[in-house]
Design a protein around this ligand. Structure first.
Ligand SMILES: Cc1cc2nc3c(=O)[nH]c(=O)nc-3n(C[C@H](O)[C@H](O)[C@H](O)COP(=O)(O)OP(=O)(O)OC[C@H]3O[C@@H](n4cnc5c(N)ncnc54)[C@H](O)[C@@H]3O)c2cc1C
Length: 450
């Protein structure tokens, strides 16, 4: 996907700005912050622009792009990375040393700073969790000009309440406040509203000796759902993604070898420890009635890249269709506890079939009970109904113990869901923290709190 301009992001939202600033180093960033403070200018931080919630889309004021913060030092088990390094660059540099950075939001044009701001997850989070788990140190500029260099375990020195976390596996919605929490956790997921990430130290893992990748096709949706449930406990599985029939049809022009009789697919990636791990798949495929002969498996780097591109083609294509139809994207980012996955999925389909029949598809991180509904409205009426349905889905997800923001954050376009997740006392606590770091609310105005 091509890059995004400073006034937009991948959601299709567009904004305006009075000034675009691209500081070349920390000194220039701090001087800009000083100037902005004196001018009382509102500041929006720009990363790679791949966000899906309009967080980096400005409503006037100044944009500060972090693209020139390009430090990239790879060590053993750790990397020091500037905010403007893309995930593509970080993955490539780690790979060259026989290591990998576990979080893998599939869009590799994202900057490391943006993924920290959003606490991004992605396909490998099934095993490795979200970005939060992999950050050891942060260097952050505060809007008033101070710079904090904080390590994992360095506690905040002010009181905050514990904000209840839902039982869903994935959740990244507002500030994850907890008494005694550390600064690193406070800044991760704060979506550019508390401080500007300049640089981070992240953990790397050694590459597994062997990986098996597969795209397993099923003759029915029911068979794929049964396999999804059965395969959550497969040892060393690090990816368990699901694709529905309309999503397969959506990309079949690009991938004509998708079997015509496939009604759903699971995308898997497993760390292989012995030949028995590979042999076990034949039985597993038979047990769940997969289309054995037509499914794809591979274990080379080239296979993995091919399958990664296939997975990435799903959001890329649905975003391109939205753009072509002239609408910003309408996609869900709700998760629920795994035992509620089928109930939520049935609710999605019932609602979507009523408001936008034939104009949506569902795919994504179903291993974590977090598939994305991608709405593809063909008219303004459908768009408006879809926009309303997002709120209905948010309420349903929250009522099932889920999250209204599992991995994309809330940004500006989804800030309306924050009160669905949290009672006002918790939102007030978050606002108090915001005021502490940014007394005039100049940083990322409109994001998270609307
Ligand atoms: C095709 C596609 C697939 C995707 N798949 C996934 C997926 O599987 N999982 C997932 O989690 N996400 C996914 N995303 C979403 C996106 O890649 C992530 O949200 C990403 O983290 C955004 O990073 P960015 O650098 O592009 O940030 P931007 O879009 O530039 O900004 C996002 C937010 O972060 C803030 N920000 C950016 N840099 C900084 C900084 N240095 N300091 C403080 N705040 C900052 C911005 O102000 C904004 O609020 C996908 C996106 C696309 C387009």
């Amino acid at each position: 996907m091509a890059g995004w301009g400073y006034l937009e992001d991948a959601s299709g939202a567009k904004g305006t700005a009075d000034r675009i600033c691209v500081p070349k180093d920390e000194a220039e960033l701090l001087s800009l912050l000083d100037e902005a403070r004196q001018a009382k200018a509102v500041i929006t931080i720009a990363g790679g622009g791949s966000g899906l919630t309009g967080g980096r889309v400005p409503n006037g004021g100044w944009v500060i792009s972090m693209e020139k913060f390009r430090k990239l030092d790879i060590g053993r088990g750790t990397a020091t990375v500037g905010a403007g390094v893309t995930l593509h660059e970080l993955h490539a540099a780690a790979r060259a040393t026989g290591q990998f950075y576990p979080p893998d939001p599939t869009e590799t044009m994202a900057f490391l700073g943006g993924t920290i701001a959003c606490n991004s997850s992605g396909s490998r989070s099934f095993k490795y969790g979200a970005t939060r788990r992999w950050v050891e140190r942060l260097r952050v500029a505060l809007p008033e000009g101070e710079v904090l260099d904080v390590r994992r375990g360095q506690p905040i020195d002010f009181e905050v309440p514990e904000i209840p976390q839902p039982p869903a596996k994935k959740h990244s919605c507002g500030y994850a406040l907890k008494p005694g929490m550390d600064y690193v956790d406070l800044f991760i997921g704060s979506e550019g509203t508390l401080g500007i990430v300049i640089e981070a130290e992240v953990r790397l893992l050694p590459n597994p000796p062997q990986l098996l990748n597969g795209i397993v096709f099923f003759p029915s949706d029911e068979a794929s759902q049964n396999a999804l449930e059965g395969w959550r406990t497969v040892p060393n599985l690090r990816m368990l993604e699901w694709v529905d029939d309309p999503a397969l049809r959506m990309i079949s022009q690009r991938y004509p070898d998708v079997p015509a009789n496939a009604k759903a697919a699971l995308i898997v990636e497993q760390i292989i420890e012995s030949d028995a791990d590979i042999d076990a798949w034949a039985e597993r495929l038979a047990q769940y009635g997969a289309l054995e002969e037509q499914s794809w498996f591979g274990s080379s780097d080239a296979d993995r890249e091919r399958f990664r591109k296939f997975r990435h083609a799903l959001p890329e294509t649905s975003l391109a269709i939205s753009e072509r139809n002239g609408f910003p994207s309408l996609g869900t980012d709700f998760s629920v506890p795994v035992e509620k996955h089928r109930e939520m999925l049935a609710f999605y389909r019932e609602t979507m079939d009523a408001i936008m029949p034939g104009h949506y598809c569902i795919f994504g991180h179903a291993g974590d009970a977090h598939p994305h509904v991608n709405m593809l409205p063909a008219s303004q009426v459908e768009y408006d109904k879809g926009y309303e349905a997002l709120m209905t889905f948010a309420k349903k997800a929250a009522s099932l113990g889920g999250s209204v923001a599992a991995e994309h954050g809330l940004g500006k376009r989804k800030a309306r869901f924050l009160p669905v997740q949290y009672e006002s006392q918790y939102i007030d606590a978050m606002k108090a923290v915001k005021s502490r770091f940014d007394p005039d609310w100049r940083l990322g105005r409109g994001t998270l709190f609307g």
